[in-house]
Design a protein around this ligand. Structure first.
Ligand code: IMP
Length: 191
């Protein structure tokens, strides 16, 4: 069976894709191929960072690969935190990251925001890009305890609860990541 690397160390994410592509691809992650490099994410776009990761695997392991990069874009903050989402507040602490966003939005009427995921799929030497976004707004306070990252301050359009109050299975169906992955899976199944 054709091999496809997912440039992640996250076992849970790997299992999800493995199930979705069962019978079509053997999905391996970085651990499976013995890649323990912390691949640099030095680009200033999601697409750039996802492509750095997928191309690193192709160049060093000669295997087809896909990688994702995600983050939060807040309209009134010129789409920050964007590629700096993981460490916006200075460290990798989610609470600090969220507090900085809330502080910067104090007195701001426009609280529109979106989560975005970009996937770079390097297949036979060609880079295919898939994008998923979910629009919403930044709440006034932190609410809910599910999920991770900015979930407690993000309320998706059409819902009156934050991602952190939403059932995880539901979030994983409607999220930016789910949308981008679905596009890639459809492309792989058709090609
Ligand atoms: P990654 O590229 O998936 O590792 O995401 C980078 C950062 O964006 C994470 O560390 C989070 O701060 C933020 N982020 C991405 N996706 C989500 C999400 O679904 N909920 C909350 N925060 C997210």
């Amino acid at each position: 069976m054709k091999k496809l690397v997912f440039a992640t160390n996250n076992q849970h994410k790997t299992e999800e894709i493995r199930l979705a592509l069962a019978g079509e691809y053997e999905v391996l992650n970085l651990n499976d191929i013995g890649c323990d490099t912390d691949i640099p994410e030095t680009a200033n776009t999601f697409e750039g960072n996802a492509s750095l990761k997928s191309k690193y695997v192709v160049e060093n392991f000669n295997l087809d690969c896909f990688a994702d990069d995600s983050g939060l874009e807040v309209e009134a903050l010129n789409n920050e935190p964007g590629v700096f989402s993981a460490r916006y507040g200075g460290s990798r602490d989610s609470l600090e990251n969220m507090q900085l966003v809330l502080q910067k939005l104090e007195g701001q009427h426009n609280r529109k925001a979106r989560f975005k995921t970009v996937i770079s799929l390097m297949l036979n030497g060609v880079n295919h890009i898939f994008e998923g976004t979910i629009e919403g707004k930044i709440t006034q306070n932190l609410t809910g305890s599910n999920g991770f990252g900015y979930d407690p301050i993000f309320q998706p359009d059409g819902y009156s609860i934050t991602f952190a109050e939403m059932d995880m299975a539901k979030k994983n169906k409607i999220s930016h990541r789910a949308i981008a992955l679905k596009k890639m899976i459809e492309f792989l199944k058709a090609s």
